[in-house]
Design a protein around this ligand. Structure first.
Ligand SMILES: [Zn+2]
Length: 111
């Protein structure tokens, strides 16, 4: 087996089986090249395609969506589409906690 060096720090890279967690779901263990120095983890193209296919199968892929901001009274409203609402099990009338994480990111926490 060829000895690869880490692209980030030049450290020694070893092959490891790593769990891949996507949107909180464990998709299983996959071969990854892991740097022993900086812990950079790299999945090869083929492995990543397998991970993507699994995520698609579970309906986890492509949940990100664009949404336009509308105005209701003095407040603004953002629509959350059916797919995302379903994924986080959000229903009408439910209370959520909304807070900014930074100047360009808002978190909506469901209970
Ligand atoms: Zn490294």
């Amino acid at each position: 087996m060829e000895n690869k060096a880490c692209e980030e720090c030049g450290g020694k890279v070893i092959r490891k089986k790593l769990e891949y967690i996507y949107l909180g779901e464990n998709l299983g263990k996959f071969d990854a090249d892991v740097c022993t120095k900086c812990n950079e983890q790299v999945f090869d193209e083929e492995t990543f395609q397998r991970i993507e296919a699994l995520a698609k199968n579970k309906g986890l892929w492509g949940l990100a969506a664009k949404s336009k901001v509308s105005q209701i009274g003095n407040s603004v409203a953002v629509t959350i589409n059916k797919k995302i609402a379903g994924f986080v099990n959000l229903k009408k009338g439910e209370e959520v906690r909304v807070y900014p994480e930074s100047k360009n990111r808002i978190i909506i926490e469901t209970s």
